[in-house]
Design a binder for this molecule. Sequence first.
Ligand code: UD1
Length: 349
Amino acid sequence: MKILSVVGARPQFVKLSPVSRALQGRAEHVVVHTGQHYDDLMSDVFFRDLGMPEPDVNLAIGSGAHGAQTGAMLGALEQVFEQHRPDWVLVYGDTNSTLAAAIAAVKIHLPLAHLEAGLRSFNRAMPEEHNRVLTDHAADLCLAPTAVAMGHLAVEGLAARSRLVGDVMTDVLHLVRDRVLAAPPALPWADDESVVATIHRAENTDDPERLRAVIEALAAVDRPVRLLAHPRLRSSAERAGIALEQGRITVHEPLPYPELIAAVMQGSGVVTDSGGLQKEAYLLRRLCTTVRPETEWVETIDSGWNVLVGTDLAALAPAVERAAPAEPDDHPYGDGHAADRVADELLGA
Ligand code: UD1
């Protein structure tokens, strides 16, 4: 059996790694990188650190407006799919690369599987929300990470083609956590009081007024704030004339995955608008404050380990100082073997 995975952006490389491992020796696995992310720290470093071979194809599409970027990928992917004619096209998450690959696959009648299906923010202004809803409805197989995601798929009439497999990010996190404990990587800072911060979503970066307010709220945190700056954040701040180093904020390059996990483990908490980091904080039992009005990962909120700070940014600094809640007594993100279930579903095992 031939499975063709399409990835393009940072979180997708992380999700690909356990799936690649689970498919090894069980199927032919072709990996196509759209080139949505292309900087070494946004792309290549993940393949190196997570022990994955180079992608078989790199389309080098690069950045662009949503339509232009998605359209360029769509045309290029169609040609690659025609050349390989895989038994399954496997797409990950909710980026423009995900949507482009989904459309390219169904247009030429290739079976499509969507990993991380069923997540919903119910915020239709988010590009990721369009991408995930459209991809789920195009897919022949919806591989859901959580029971809540399965519920959303059922409400939308997709129950018959949905399977609960668990979250592959738990798989990779467990592996990397154990590696970090055995051999801690060097970090750009040493204290254990720091808060790890990432801000990259369009809703927070693209409106100068919103971005200024978010940075001011971060600057009000009375701890060292290590801001790992995504290129989108740097360029938006520069364009709007907003200094990122305010209060106790220091700006750092995005970290490779093992260093990011080590930084969260060493630090006192996380402030983020990333989906993956909310869960990583939860699984590592670090307090997370999410700079968004809603989240797809509602289990982190229900347990008290994550708090949303959307419009009332004055609530951010106090939220960072809140006390840790009780240890959760369930495992909403699976047992760390989701990728094996993904492989079983694809191979019909
Ligand atoms: C994309 C995803 C988002 C995901 C994020 C992870 C979409 C719509 N969004 O957002 O869901 O959470 O990836 O990081 O697909 N840039 C570089 N170097 C790179 C990549 C990007 O400099 O390697 C800069 C470019 O200026 C680019 C901007 O970052 O225009 C945004 O990149 P893009 O891929 O459009 O979206 P992300 O914000 O990364």
